[in-house]
Design a binder for this molecule. Structure first.
Ligand SMILES: [Zn+2]
Length: 577
């Protein structure tokens, strides 16, 4: 992706005349939307005990197409670990996985307490329990409560998002005040009472002076305002009015307000609600226990008891809106769910959009449902079925207008969104050398008089495969690519040092096209000849095990490529007598 360095002033000197400054360093979340993690570090060279950092958000990312077999991507916290930066606290803006998902893996290494609002804490504790992580202290705080964290003071400010209890974070430092928005929009009519964004506090902040606004920008291409969450109710009710049988609704399991609307609409039409899928069950349970979901026993039905109700008395809230292969919805579609099969009279509502990269799996699930005869209502055909949790352009303007920052740093977007946000800030009067589009690992240095670019720190993708973190390197990914493209050939050779003879014992192939038939036989003959040729010429090297492996792999690989135009992985196994 093209990246411009044109914005923002560079500055070679670190710190101010006193040698103290705040370093802002994103270690995730720049240019790829997910795995958010941002460091605010105070550095005081005269008084090292006052030096330390707070971290905002600790989320996971999702693997890109070429990261074969990788389950998750984590932020890279090696800067904090290698420099032994003292971390006074990890502050979490809201309960989405790209903001909390890495807590079980990274926070125990940082040895810092976590702070978040009530519902976010509930989701974090669920994650920690799920991963059986015990050494992580999670503290619930209220909006406006002041946290003293080393040289910083922080407080949470309520904003709207697609999960309740979202917050922006006001960070006061010796170099001035910063406002970190997290993901946000302004929803003036929230589904849940008491969740209205605290705009008066934003305006107050603006009056007091904000040095740096670190802001969400994901929906900047969308003109106007993002629709309020409430807009969905009408669509649910219309679908339930028309439905003759069951209604199945799939959405993000953390979208508690959406789930509340599904519950309320179902109640109006005499339907009881059943929850299907682990994430749907656990998120709704946490939200209900903490008072964020009005969930009465008489309004719900256990999945096992569904048969006691007529189809038009049932609404099913089903996990799997992204077409995830092992989700409840995908299993229902494949006919593998133990309790629910699709019927022709079913209405299935996709109350979500596809996260970029998931379109193909979502479309496949929709197609399967259509083929099975169900009525499918999805984003492209019916509006509004899903509203975004992110601010559109006019709301971003409102954020800048209220906080009136000296400098703007866009986050949580693709680079094109971040550039547009920098443009918008300039349109609204922020100086061009005070808007910064940063890459992961690229720092800013904020003294009490200047804000300038600082050094670029090393940053790599930390990949997670199963329970293994960080061990999946470039070579492993390259091997996986070769295996998936062209397959594997294992060649077993018997090498006799005494009689100086070589014999091909066996060839085993996996995922390689010439597995059987005449072509396979001629390839086998060719390989035998190639083995003999290459080893005959190098008898002097037979004592060197590695060299023999290399000679075999090269000559066999060249032979296979000449015959097939393929480059499978060649694994020579040399048995010696
Ligand atoms: Zn979010």
């Amino acid at each position: 992706m093209k990246f411009s360095h044109s914005r923002g002033a560079y500055h070679s000197r670190s710190g101010n005349s006193n040698g103290s400054f705040v370093r802002f360093l994103p270690l995730g979340g720049m240019g790829n939307v997910t795995r958010n993690l941002y460091v605010y570090e105070y550095i005081d060279s005269k008084n090292p005990s006052a030096s330390g950092a707070i971290v905002v958000d600790c989320g996971i990312g999702f693997p890109e197409e070429d990261m074969l077999g990788v389950d998750l991507v984590l932020p890279d916290i090696s800067y904090l670990l290698e420099n032994r930066v003292k971390v006074w606290g990890v502050l979490i803006t809201h309960g989405h996985m790209d903001h909390i998902g890495a807590i079980p893996f990274l926070v125990p290494q940082l040895k810092a307490p976590v702070f978040a609002t009530r519902l976010t804490c509930g989701f974090i504790k669920e994650e920690l329990e799920d991963r059986d992580v015990k050494n992580c202290q999670v503290n619930e705080i209220t909006y406006g409560q002041v946290l003293n964290l080393g040289s910083f003071e922080a407080s949470f400010l309520r904003l709207s998002h697609s999960v309740p209890d979202a917050a922006g974070i006001v960070i006061k430092s010796p170099a001035g005040t910063f406002f970190h928005t997290g993901d946000f929009k302004f929803d003036w009519t929230p589904v849940m009472p008491g969740q209205t964004p605290q705009v008066s506090r934003l305006a107050q902040l603006g009056d007091q002076g904000v040095r740096m606004l670190v802001s969400d920008c994901l929906r900047i291409e969308n003109p106007g305002y993002t629709l309020p969450e409430r807009a969905i109710s009408e669509t649910f009710e219309q679908a339930m009015r028309q439905a003759k049988g069951r209604v199945l609704i799939t959405t993000f399991s953390s979208n508690i307000s959406r789930i509340q609307q599904a519950l309320d609409s179902s109640k109006k039409f005499g339907r009881k609600v059943g929850f299907l899928g682990r994430s749907m069950e656990s998120y709704t349970q946490v939200a209900s226990k903490l008072g964020y979901l009005d969930l009465k026993k008489k309004d719900i039905v256990e999945p096992e008891a569904l048969n006691s109700l007529r189809p038009n008395q049932q609404t099913l809230l089903v996990a799997g809106s992204q077409g995830q292969r092992f989700s409840a919805l995908a299993r229902i579609v494949r006919g593998e769910h133990r309790l629910v099969q699709i019927k022709k009279t079913d209405t299935v509502i996709f109350s979500s959009d596809s996260i970029p990269g998931n379109e193909a799996s979502v479309n496949a699930v929709i197609d399967e449902l259509v083929l099975s005869g169900a009525r499918v209502i999805y984003f492209e055909t019916t509006s509004p079925l899903h509203v975004s949790g992110h601010a559109s352009r006019e709301e971003l303007k409102l954020m800048i207008a209220l906080t009136r920052p000296e400098c703007v740093v866009p986050i949580s977007g693709s680079f094109r969104h971040m550039e547009l946000m920098a443009d918008l800030a300039q349109e609204m009067g922020v100086a061009s050398q005070k808007t910064f589009v940063l890459k992961n690992g690229e720092s800013l240095e904020i003294t009490d008089s200047q804000i300038t670019r600082g050094p670029l720190y090393g940053f790599k993708d930390v990949l997670m495969d199963g329970a293994v973190i960080g061990e999946v390197g470039k070579l492993i990914l390259e091997d996986r690519k070769i295996l998936s493209d062209d397959g594997l050939i294992v060649v077993v050779v018997l090498l006799s040092n005494a009689s100086k003879s070589v014999k091909l014992v066996d060839i085993v192939t996996r995922g390689f096209v010439y597995e059987e038939g005449d072509k396979s036989k001629s390839l086998r003959d060719g390989l035998r000849a190639a083995i003999n040729r290459s080893l005959e010429d190098t008898k002097a090297d037979w004592g060197n095990y590695q060299k023999v492996d290399r000679i075999l792999a090269n000559s066999l690989s060249n032979h296979v490529f000449k015959k097939t135009n393929l480059r499978p992985m060649i694994l020579p196994v040399v048995v010696r007598d």
